[in-house]
Design a protein around this ligand. Structure first.
Ligand code: 5GP
Ligand code: ZN
Length: 115
């Protein structure tokens, strides 16, 4: 299910621009519009799921696929050996701004601890 008022659904449908790094039948990955590190990529399922809080057991193959895409992009971007951060924000206090599930792949500089 796609949501017409969701910016990530719009990007997935090609109705809003993004720098796409990866696309397949289940997921896309594009550069964050406001990167906080040299590499800042969002890995997004085509399926509109509001957040990780909405994930159920039936999504397990999809979630595994998203993590594998992140690892693939990390290798492609040359940060796999050095390391990176893979994070998903949940809800307002979790810092979530876009309520369409996504992982941030962040790297290319030394990251400090969370918090
Ligand atoms: P959240 O805070 O929901 O975990 O992360 C949302 C991320 O999406 C933010 O890092 C923000 O910079 C990024 N973002 C918001 N709108 C757009 C957009 O239209 N295009 C792209 N590429 N990134 C966006
Ligand atoms: Zn959406």
């Amino acid at each position: 299910m796609q949501h017409s008022d969701c910016i990530f659904c719009q990007i997935i449908r090609g109705e809003a621009p993004a720098t796409m790094l990866y696309q397949d039948e289940r997921a896309v990955a594009f550069r964050d519009i406001a990167p906080i590190a040299p590499v800042h990529v969002l890995i997004v399922p085509r399926l509109h799921i509001a957040s990780a809080a909405e994930v159920t057991a039936e999504h397990a193959p999809l979630i595994g696929h998203l993590i594998a895409i992140a690892a693939h992009i990390a290798r492609q971007q040359g940060i796999a050996e050095r390391g990176y951060r893979l994070v998903t924000n949940v809800g307002r206090e979790g810092g979530q701004a876009i309520f369409h599930l996504h992982w941030h792949l962040i790297g290319g500089r030394q990251l400090r601890g969370i918090g």
